[in-house]
Design a binder for this molecule. Structure first.
Ligand SMILES: Nc1ncnc2c1ncn2[C@@H]1O[C@H](COP(=O)(O)OP(=O)(O)OP(=O)(O)O)[C@@H](O)[C@H]1O
Ligand SMILES: [Mg+2]
Length: 375
């Protein structure tokens, strides 16, 4: 197994060009189509996107807990310098149990129905730290249940999952994940079933523990408010791809992709009583288009968007987007130089590698960009 030397440490988690699909009767569901991102220790990454955009599947792939018909077709997932794809199941189990914890979207999938909450917490702690006594593990479990907002933790220790409400189950699962003191916590919609007060309490707890343990967190959520509160970086997913990424400020104050703008506009406000979802239907993952999957729903769609997928370009210090409209705008502003001959004249200097790369895109983009077509 390849391990990088200490002095040249890569981020704790590095996902590169991940492709994941599911075999179904009708064909192949292309759920993840070239996702790349990384996460440093002690940082929080938020993943947002419409339902079906591939948020959960991307993260299930990290733990390799996909449904039976799912398959990682290509790509790389490195955790602390070790490749997880192709790692023997025994080693993976060790990582799942001790290093990476997951809070599932469906709380029941993270808890065993035949054991009490207390038994499961104690077991999780003792698996992680074999030297700890049963009494110490009991006390630590009670303490964690209190931290996730239970008033009578001792009583909850004796209960079975079916005796708890949805919100309680979600908190019990958060407690299960946190008692392990994981290096990486993947939280899939961790606060959706919780009321706002408990939600705020859980977010504070996650932030505190993240500082205390230096834990890295991937936070998947529909709730852009949660993202704004705690995330260092936000990745926006559509049709199994990250279409825009940046700090929460970059994404919220300067969204570049029309899809991100649509997601932000669909957040209900106190003034607007009606929900304002993005128009059009999500793309059919059984038959992905060649170009940008959002193009058919995009008000700024150009011809090129239907034919090619845009490379990711930088639009701010840490802000990147895959969108031809942004390429077109930056070209007009002279920020990206396509080295097109002005009025038929030849360029006076040799094209830079960037301009070469964008030349084809830009020529087409500018041709069609003047008349923005709504398809
Ligand atoms: N076992 C499966 N068989 C077929 N398709 C699947 C399977 N599991 C997931 N998919 C498909 O993969 C796509 C991505 O699903 P995923 O669960 O990652 O979406 P998501 O972004 O987490 O959505 P949500 O916000 O609703 O949780 C969806 O179209 C989903 O239907
Ligand atoms: Mg999901």
């Amino acid at each position: 197994m390849d391990v990088l030397p200490q002095e040249n440490k890569e981020p704790m988690l590095v996902v590169k060009d991940l492709h994941v699909s599911f075999a179904v009767m009708a064909g192949k569901v292309e759920a993840v189509n070239g996702v790349s991102f990384s996460l440093e220790k002690g940082k929080i990454l938020g993943i947002v996107g419409e339902s079906g955009s591939g948020k959960s599947v991307t993260n299930y792939s990290i733990l390799q807990i996909l449904d039976k018909n799912g398959h990682i077709d290509s790509g790389s997932i490195r955790f602390e310098g070790k490749e997880l794809i192709g790692m023997p199941e025994k080693e993976l189990r060790e990582i799942r149990g001790n290093r990476i914890a997951m809070i599932f979207q469906d709380p029941m999938s993270g808890l065993n129905p035949v054991y009490t909450i207390g038994n499961q917490l104690i077991e999780a702690i003792r698996t992680h730290d074999k030297k700890i006594s049963k009494k110490q593990a009991f006390d630590a479990s009670v303490e964690m249940l209190r931290k996730v907002g239970f008033n009578e933790p001792e009583k909850r220790m004796k209960q079975y999952p079916f005796e708890l409400s949805g919100g309680m189950l979600q908190r019990a699962m958060i407690a299960m994940a946190l008692v392990m003191k994981p290096d990486l916590l993947i939280a899939d919609e961790p606060t959706t079933a919780l009321d706002v007060t408990i939600q705020a309490q859980i977010l504070d707890l996650l932030k505190d523990l993240q500082k205390e343990y230096g834990m890295g967190i991937i936070m998947i959520t529909h709730d852009l408010g949660v993202i704004a509160q705690i995330c260092d970086e936000v990745d926006v997913m559509y049709a199994g791809r990250i279409v825009e990424r940046g700090t929460a400020d970059e994404i919220f104050y300067h969204p570049a992709h029309e899809y991100t703008k649509g997601l932000l506009a669909s957040v209900p406000t106190l003034e607007e009583k009606e929900l304002n979802p993005i128009k059009g239907n999500p793309v059919n993952l059984l038959d992905l288009p060649k170009g940008c999957a959002f193009a058919p729903r995009c008000a700024k769609c150009m011809e090129i968007c239907l034919k090619e997928y845009p490379d990711e370009i930088g639009v701010g210090p840490t802000h990147r987007v895959s969108c031809f409209e942004e390429v077109r705008k930056l070209t007009e502003e002279g920020i990206i130089d396509p080295m097109l001959p002005p009025q038929g004249k030849k360029p006076t200097k040799a094209p830079s590698p960037t301009s070469k790369k964008f030349e084809k895109i830009l020529t087409k983009g500018l041709e069609t960009g003047k008349e923005e077509k709504n398809v």
